[in-house]
Ligand binder design. Structure first.
Ligand code: TYC
Length: 96
């Protein structure tokens, strides 16, 4: 039996970037620790990402599948709320 040639290749899954937002109250040190803990960055990389967010208003902490990105957002919001900081982050489709 001859199989039909696929007219459309299987597409890779949509990836999601976790974007952290700046605010005036969350301590820089807290943001650096969160980025290290939940996004697997070392101190230097986490500090650079934090400073980019501080200057630009937002920054990408990592890119993941939809479920993993949603879990990262939950972890960050939970840690921030428990520490009493207003830190916010969102996930959005990557490569818009
Ligand atoms: N802007 C904050 C400050 O000056 C630091 C900060 C950085 C807060 C990144 C949130 O996502 C953030 N303390």
């Amino acid at each position: 039996m001859v199989l039909e040639r696929r007219t459309q290749k299987v597409q890779p899954p949509q990836m999601y970037q976790v974007v952290m937002l700046n605010d005036d109250y969350t301590p820089m040190e807290f943001v650096v620790v969160v980025i290290q803990e939940f996004f697997g960055k070392d101190l230097e990389a986490a500090t650079q990402i934090m400073l980019k967010i501080h200057v630009d208003g937002k920054g990408v902490c990592g890119v993941y599948s939809r479920d993993v990105a949603a879990t990262k957002v939950d972890q960050v919001l939970d840690a921030a709320a428990k520490a009493g900081h207003p830190l916010q982050c969102i996930s959005e489709p990557a490569e818009l």
